[in-house]
Design a protein around this ligand. Structure first.
Ligand SMILES: C[S@@+](CC[C@H](N)C(=O)[O-])C[C@H]1O[C@@H](n2cnc3c(N)ncnc32)[C@H](O)[C@@H]1O
Length: 323
């Protein structure tokens, strides 16, 4: 006998009392792998455990060692999950939510899954806004190309913590704008879920600054923007899940540097003197975008910051003078 085996908390694995459960899961994992080879059988097993945990609240650990008898509803949900994963549907889409900057955001097909580097942008943006919040009783922010609203709504979370510490009252308006109606549905839902005192959201739909211009909006203290910045040639660098299922309009642009120049020209009149814009970009185009920015806006600051992994990732655009 293996020393310490009898009476160990893990007997069911070894004694094989869960063989039927394990076998059914293995079959589903194999089906996922056969359909979508980028997920190994082992990874698929882990995802299936996570999915059951989501559905039942039973921890993956307990499921591995001592799973209860599941009724067919759970097995049906696992079948559906396996079918979706076997065509490469991202886990986050199936789950319908992601964690972003301390908030749970709804997402699904049609809207980009927020990325960690965008969380970092949100953190920088929160810090950048602190002086304006301390000095003013009204602050305005625009999240252009908002997608799920992750940056603007994440910022609201960060701003609310700063507002709590201020000795004066400051109201903050956060405008969320996107071309895609699908994305805006998620942005609206996420904004409804995450309200904060003295912070108001407004939603706009249209091409870049056009809807903002039409609404006659006042200038902003901060504009954040994560536009589609991948050249279609770079599709082979994307994960298969992203290439297959995330919205092309959120990812690709035929001429990303030209898009940045267009965005900068459009947002410039909407930046308050002393205001700032932070744009996420691809390290591949960071230098050229900086050059374009410097030659177009001689009296503004156009600098590039790196992300935590050391990649050139953020364009900081600030203009002291009014337009
Ligand atoms: C890279 S995603 C960013 C989404 C979100 N801000 C994030 O960081 O996860 C780009 C977003 O820009 C939107 N978009 C693309 N072209 C646009 C345009 N011409 N005007 C406004 N939004 C646009 C897409 O619908 C998409 O939601």
């Amino acid at each position: 006998m293996i020393p310490g085996f009898r009476g160990s908390p893990w007997p069911s694995i070894v004694l094989g009392t869960n063989l039927d459960f394990q076998k059914r899961l293995q079959e589903l994992a194999a089906r996922i792998h056969q359909g979508f080879a980028h997920v190994t059988v082992r990874e698929a097993m882990n995802e299936l455990y996570l999915w059951i945990q989501e559905q039942t609240g039973i921890s993956s650990l307990k499921l591995r060692v001592d799973p209860p008898q599941f009724d067919e509803i759970i097995w049906e949900s696992l079948e559906t999950f396996a079918n979706q994963r076997s065509i490469g549907m991202p886990f986050a889409y199936i789950l319908g939510r992601v964690e972003f900057y301390g908030l749970e955001l709804s997402i699904g097909p049609g809207v980009l899954i927020p990325r960690p580097e965008t969380e970092e942008l949100t953190d920088r943006a929160t810090a950048a806004l602190e002086p304006a919040l301390a000095a003013s009783d009204s602050v305005r922010v625009l999240d252009l190309c908002c997608g799920s609203g992750c940056i603007g709504i994440g910022l609201a979370n960060g701003i609310s913590r700063i507002l709590d510490k201020l000795s004066h009252k400051c109201t903050v308006e956060i405008d969320l704008s996107d071309l895609s109606g699908y994305a805006l549905e998620y942005a609206r839902e996420n904004a409804r879920k995450h309200t904060f005192p003295n912070i108001v959201y407004r939603h706009f739909q249209g091409d870049l600054m056009e809807p903002i211009r039409k609404a006659g909006s006042l200038p902003y203290d901060l504009i954040v923007c994560n536009p589609p910045y991948i050249h279609p040639r770079e599709v082979s660098l994307m994960s298969a899940e992203t290439a297959l299922h995330e919205p092309a309009d959120a990812l690709y642009h035929p001429d990303p540097p030209a898009l940045y120049l267009k965005i900068l020209k459009e947002i410039r009149p909407f930046l308050r003197p002393g205001g700032m814009a932070i744009l996420e970009l691809s390290p591949f185009i960071a230098d050229v975008v900086q050059l374009l920015c410097e030659s177009e806006f001689e009296r503004c600051q156009c600098s590039i910051d790196t992300d935590l992994s050391g990649k050139k990732r953020y364009l900081i655009f600030a203009c002291k003078q009014p337009v």
